[in-house]
Design a protein around this ligand. Structure first.
Ligand code: FEO
Length: 403
């Protein structure tokens, strides 16, 4: 194996030894426009310890980076903070090649790894709050169940003040810069928010509790090292603060008008709603499913107070792209939204009612009944849409924290 891939120093005794995936564009439905990284970290303590591994095809890239520092066979311990396969896929091969003395995972993680791979006795389950001596350094573990898998945990390296946070505080961003402060702020915040919206949003109540727990833990955290994207070594309060804002999802004066259209009639209705919202003082993002990906819709919904959804009716149903995005959104459980449904139709017109029902299942507070327009919306139908937008803007003004 060549050692063309080099490690990057994160702190005195800790190195990034992960892999960069410049080409991935789909993460089970989440479009990763800028690729990703699978981060692994090598702690050069008395007991040499590897924190997480990488996706299976990137095993040699990781081993190449490690081999620049030590013979991989010198690794004593491996800690698996998260058993999803982008971090554990190469673990069975690494165990075979490296023969570590022990592999540690959370109690659920130990079971999950055994359910994924032919690993048995190698996995040692650690408890929440348990510590592990690396000789001259010390790790401790904090369970973060359902953030975002039942097995997930954080590891904290006391001597270097590093929190290894697995998926939390990560982002899908392939880059040769390893630190967040080396990356353009707008790119960083966009990708961090997109990651939160598409992966962590359903677990927001747990994230609020976790943020409180970390704040009251007394841990002195100087570096946050996630399993995807850059390492945070500056401005940690800002990174943690953004998570609190996204987890709270307080309503704002922003409305997302989401639609899909066959012959532009539903689009005309969407534009009339947009004008009503603007006249009422709301901010608006109009998104056609012909132009945007479902991941973009979730990103825009993260800081919205209203979700207005329209579709033409095709074969007694909403258009397929609309069913796709609503199914995705429903699973991600956005909260604190008001909403409404609309759409044009020819002879049956089921789509607006279907959307209305789906918004109700998502616990979106309805504003009025669905608006339907036959074939092409006339002046009255467009005025109804305009009035709906204006009414929604007025409601947003009452609840918006930034209004
Ligand atoms: Fe990056 Fe949940 O795995």
């Amino acid at each position: 194996m060549s050692n063309v891939f080099k490690p990057i120093r994160i702190s005195d005794k800790v190195y990034w030894v992960g892999a960069i995936d410049w080409t991935i564009r789909d993460f089970h439905g989440y479009t990763t426009k800028r690729g990703s990284t699978y981060n692994a970290y090598l702690i050069l303590a008395d007991r040499i310890t590897l924190i997480d591994t990488v996706k299976a095809p990137f095993k040699d890239e990781m081993l190449s980076r490690i081999a620049c520092l030590v013979d991989p066979k010198e690794i004593d311990y491996i800690v698996s903070d998260h058993s999803e396969m982008d971090h554990s896929g190469s673990l069975p091969d690494i165990i075979r090649e490296v023969s570590p003395e022990k592999v540690f995972a959370s109690q659920v993680g130990a079971k999950t790894l055994k359910e994924h791979f032919a690993v048995e006795d190698e996995i040692v389950a650690v408890k929440d709050g348990e510590g592990l001596s690396l000789g001259n350094m010390n790790l401790s573990f904090m369970e973060t169940r359902m953030l975002h898998w039942p097995d997930s945990m954080f590891s904290y390296l006391k001597e270097e003040k590093i929190l290894f946070s697995q998926d939390a505080f990560g982002m899908h961003l392939a880059t040769d810069e390893r630190f967040a402060d080396e990356i353009r702020q707008d790119v960083l915040e966009y990708e961090a928010a997109t990651y939160y919206a598409n992966i962590l949003l359903p677990y927001s109540p747990l994230i609020l509790k976790l943020l409180d727990r970390v704040a009251s833990s007394g841990l002195d955290i100087r570096i946050v090292a996630p399993d995807h994207g850059p390492v945070w070594r500056k401005d940690l309060p800002r990174a943690l603060g953004l998570y609190r804002i996204w987890a709270e999802q307080e309503p704002t004066d922003k409305a997302v008008v989401l639609y899909h259209t066959m012959w532009h009639s539903t689009e005309h209705m969407a534009r009339a709603i947009e004008e009503g919202l603007l006249a009422g003082g709301a901010r608006v993002k109009v998104m056609s499913m012909g132009s945007f990906h479902r991941s973009d819709v979730v990103y825009e919904t993260l800081d919205a107070g209203a979700l207005v959804v329209g579709s033409s009716t095709l074969n007694n149903n909403m258009l397929p792209a609309m069913a796709d995005v609503l199914t995705y959104l429903k699973g991600l459980r956005p909260k604190n939204l008001i909403g409404a449904a609309f759409g044009s139709y020819g002879w049956s017109g089921e789509a607006p009612s279907q959307i209305h029902d789906m918004l109700a299942e998502m616990k979106v507070t309805p504003v009025g009944e669905p608006i339907k327009a036959r074939y092409v919306p006339d002046r009255d139908a467009l005025l109804k849409c305009f009035d709906l937008g204006k009414t929604m803007a007025e409601q947003l003004r009452k609840v918006a924290k930034n209004g």
